[in-house]
Design a protein around this ligand. Structure first.
Ligand code: ASP
Length: 441
C-alpha cells in the first residue's frame, strides 16, 4: 500500500485533479491520498490557504470579506463542475459563512477548510472514502502530535478502505481544529504513511525531484535520483529548497522511503530518499547535491597561549549562547578560533557581543569578516574516499575562488567551504560543472 500526498499546484483546478486521478489509477497500491488546498494555477493567482488567512484577518479587524469568500467558494465549484462531480458543497459553504459571521470559526479552523473541501471533492472523484483529518490527527495541548493515538485512530477510521484525507490540520484534545505550520500537509502525509505502514510515501509536487543544485545558479541542474535522509538533512540545513527533513520524522522512524514526484511529468522517476543506500553504483558523481547560503560572518579571536589555557573556548561559546547566536562552524588554529555565525542572527548586538568577548577573553586581536557565503558539497560516496577534498579545492583554485574556511563533518558526508559572497555563484557552478555534469549528460 502506498500513501500519496498531492501539493497545492497538483490540486489547483479540474485539469490538475484529472492528472491526480490518472496517477492514482496507474497503480492499485495507491490507496491513501492526502491533499493540500488548491494552489496557484498561474503566476499571480491566489492560493486558497492565503485567501482563507486573508478572510481571517478581515474578520479580526471587522472588515467586510464577502468578495474573498466568494472567490474561494467559486474556485471549489469550478473544480466540482469541471470534474463533473455530484458533491454539492454550497450548503456547507453557507453554514461556514454564517458561523464566521457569528464569530464561531477560529483562524485555524478557517485555514483548514481549503484542505477539507479539496479532500471532499477528491474523494468523490477518485471513488475513495473521505476520512477527515479531525478524526485522527491528534494534537496534545502543547501542540505536538500524539503519534500513537493518531496512528490507532487512522487505522480504525480507514478500516482498510481506499481513502482521501485532507492535509494540514488535526484536532486538539478539546475538539477544536488546529493546523500545522504552512506547508504542513507534508506532515499529514508522513503521519498517514507511518500509521498505515506504507511501502512508500509518494510526495507529488510540481518539480522533478530535489535538484542537484539551485536552478537559479546552475542551468538545468539534474534531479537527484536517490539520496539518504542524512544527505537530505545536510542539504536542507544549508539552504536547499527541499522538503524540510524535520517534517518527515514519522516515516524516518519507520524506515519508509520517500519518493518526490512531479504530477505534471509522472513518467519521471523523481527523487527517492532512503534510510541507507547499499548497492552503490560505482559511476555516478561522488557529490549527491550542492547547496549554499550567503549571509555569514566570521569572528576571528586570536590570543597567544590560548591553546594551552583551558576554558577560553567555553567562555566564547557562553557569550555567543547568551546572545542567542548559534555557531554554524568553528574552524580553529593554534591560539586562534573563528566561529562562523549567521550575520542576521547577531544583528545589532555585534558591538555589545565583541565588547563582552574582549572583556572576558582579553584577546590579542578580534576581527569580524562579513559577507561570507557557505557552500556544501554533500555526498555519501565521499566518505572514506581519499582525494575528494583535494579535487574540490584544486578545481576551486583553478577557477579563481579563494577559500576562506573549510569544514568537513566527521562522518565525511559533506565538504563545506566558506568563500566571499562575490564568489558564491562561481563556487557552486564550478562544483557542478567539474564533478556532476559529466555524470548526468
Ligand atoms: N495549504 C497549506 C499551505 O498553503 C498547507 C499545505 O499546502 O501543505 O501552507
Amino acid at each position: 500500500m502506498k500513501v500519496l500526498k498531492f501539493g497545492g499546484s497538483s490540486c489547483a483546478d479540474a485539469a490538475q485533479f484529472e492528472k491526480v486521478r490518472s496517477i492514482v489509477r496507474a497503480d492499485p497500491a495507491r490507496r491513501v491520498v492526502v491533499v493540500s488546498a488548491p494552489g496557484k494555477r498561474f503566476s499571480g493567482d491566489h492560493k486558497i490557504t492565503d485567501l482563507l488567512y486573508l478572510c481571517a484577518a478581515h474578520i479580526q479587524y471587522g472588515v467586510e470579506y464577502d468578495d474573498i469568500f466568494d472567490m474561494i467558494r467559486s474556485r471549489f465549484s469550478e473544480i466540482a463542475q469541471g470534474c463533473g462531480l455530484a458533491t454539492d458543497l454550497s450548503g456547507e459553504f453557507d453554514t461556514l459563512r454564517k458561523r464566521m459571521a457569528a464569530g464561531a470559526v477560529s483562524r485555524d479552523e478557517l485555514a483548514s477548510r481549503g484542505e477539507y473541501f479539496t479532500a471532499r471533492l477528491m474523494a468523490e472523484y477518485l471513488g475513495y472514502a473521505f476520512v477527515d483529518a479531525a478524526r485522527w490527527v491528534r494534537f496534545r495541548f502543547d501542540g505536538t502530535v500524539d503519534q500513537d493515538a493518531s496512528y490507532a485512530a487512522l487505522q480504525a477510521a480507514s478500516g482498510g478502505r481506499s481513502v482521501v484525507i485532507p492535509g494540514f490540520y488535526g484536532v486538539m484534545p478539546d475538539g477544536s481544529i488546529r493546523t500545522f505550520a504552512r506547508g504542513g500537509s507534508d506532515i499529514t502525509g508522513a503521519l498517514a504513511a507511518a500509521a498505515l505502514d506504507a511501502e512508500v510515501y509518494e510526495n507529488w509536487t510540481d518539480v522533478d525531484g530535489i535538484l542537484m543544485a539551485d536552478p537559479r545558479i546552475v542551468t538545468d541542474p539534474a534531479p537527484i535520483r536517490r539520496l539518504t535522509f542524512s544527505e537530505l538533512r545536510e542539504l536542507s540545513y544549508i539552504g536547499a529548497q527541499v522538503l524540510h527533513e524535520g517534517t518527515i520524522f514519522p516515516i524516518r522512524e519507520k524506515d519508509i522511503p520517500l519518493n518526490i514526484r512531479n504530477t505534471n511529468r509522472p513518467d519521471q522517476p523523481g527523487t527517492l530518499i532512503l534510510d541507507s543506500i547499499r548497492d552503490e553504483d560505482a559511476d555516478g558523481s561522488f557529490i549527491t547535491g550542492i547547496a549554499g547560503k550567503k549571509g555569514y560572518s566570521i569572528i576571528t579571536i586570536a590570543k597567544s597561549g590560548m591553546s594551552s589555557e583551558p576554558g577560553v573556548l567555553l567562555q566564547i561559546l557562553e557569550i555567543l549562547a547568551k546572545h542567542g547566536v548559534n555557531i554554524e562552524y568553528i574552524p580553529s588554529g593554534i591560539d586562534i578560533v573563528s566561529p562562523v555565525i549567521s550575520t542576521d542572527k547577531v544583528g545589532g548586538q555585534i558591538y555589545e557581543l565583541l565588547g563582552e568577548l574582549q572583556k572576558a577573553v582579553q584577546p590579542d586581536k578580534i576581527t569580524v569578516t562579513d559577507h561570507i557565503a557557505v557552500v556544501a558539497a554533500v555526498g555519501r560516496k565521499m566518505a572514506y574516499r581519499p582525494g575528494v577534498s583535494g579535487k574540490i579545492f584544486a578545481k576551486l583554485g583553478e577557477n579563481g575562488v579563494n577559500i576562506r574556511m573549510i569544514s568537513q563533518g566527521p562522518e565525511e558526508l559533506n565538504i563545506i567551504v566558506g568563500v566571499e559572497e562575490k564568489d558564491f555563484e562561481q563556487t557552486i557552478r564550478t562544483l557542478y560543472d567539474s564533478f556532476i555534469k559529466e555524470h548526468v549528460l
